[in-house]
Design a protein around this ligand. Sequence first.
Ligand code: LLP
Length: 436
Amino acid sequence: TLHYPVNQEGHLTIAGADAVELAKEYGTPVIAYNIDLVRQRARKFKDTFDELNVKSQVAYASKAFSSIAIYQVMKEEGLSLDVVSGGELYTALKADFPPDKIHFHGNNKSYQELEMAFDANIGCIVVDNFDELLTLRQLTKERKQRMAILLRVTPGIEAHTHTYITTGQQDSKFGFDLGNGQADEAFRLVYDDEYIEVLGLHCHIGSQIFETNGFVAAAEKLLLKMQQWNETYQYTCPVLNLGGGFGIRYTDEDEPLSPEIYVKEMVLAIKRLSNESAFPLPEIWIEPGRSLVGDAGTTLYTIGSQKKIPGTRHYVAVDGGMSDNIRPALYQAKYDAKVANRMTAPTNHIVTIAGKCCESGDKLIEDLSIPEVQTGDILAMFSTGAYGYAMASNYNRLPRPAVVFVEGGQSQLVIRREVYEDIVRNDLSLYESEEK
Ligand code: LLP
């Protein structure tokens, strides 16, 4: 079961800071990250590779939560970075992230985004399709600039997770099909290109995965392909990238493995395969997103109105909702929460936590046991650090929440709460654009 630290006042603490005080100081909703935990996870991923003596890169899949400060944390921890858009790349460069450790993903990178990547001279581009490959050939030649690439493939593996977030199965918008010759054709087009350096293969089989066999099966398929190319073209791909997808605990029902276990089982399988085939052990790259930041994030909301429907439901509403966390509405994602200022009170009420957005589907948690609450109490919703703020919107013109980092009991603001002025920043008055 999950244990949450409580101080003498009976308040929840986050990385040593009183959650109720955080709510007072920064207002609500606020997303508070336990950065001690983020660093611990980052080190575990890296150290496990090092202990097993394999060359590796652990790239933070920053779509999970992108901001200048989180990029700085990952840089301090010596991680690489996976970006998927010009916007994420821009943020990374603003954070002074070393460009040679940035990997650029995406199934429809624009010409301008690719130019940005070349201007910054990033570490590698994960090529998704033939159109992109041809654009890259043209860009490298025109600019006389070398670029390292990984070829993204769909290995035909279905990870058992929500269908919206599986990406490795054959019918996917991502990557070259591994089984039908597409990947071979892509490799043949560029392996001896004078400017393009093929590092190897990439796949990502899904997200929130609780077992290692999918990763092992994928590794097997990719390694076999790299070995075939080695035989056919005498070209040795030095890198195998297995993507992200390592699961985390949202509720007591989730049983994720630890970063060590995911890495260890993957590495041991790849070592065995490489031994058997006499193909040199490649560098192993991974791209964890959720497992680095997910359970390090806690959203603090203020409880407002309540509605009791006798014999049916008891709604407790908070001052945020699907605008700051769309996952319950979009994926039926489950979360756990506690009342941060009543951590020791008996939890004898079963309630539905509702957001404040104008639609019935804006429910954050159903059937949550909490103590009796009143307006002004602070609800702490756990494991909101991945794909929460990242997928936030201004639906109903709600300003996006503040984001705070907490480390060793000390907190700092890293993303300001939006104000109404931000909400209308890009609005023009009627006829305004014609006047200028
Ligand atoms: N690498 C690639 C190529 C990916 O597509 C993804 C996630 C990752 C790495 C990181 O996966 P992670 O370690 O975070 O599971 N919005 C959904 C998740 C979408 C994941 C998309 N790709 C959610 O809220 O569950």
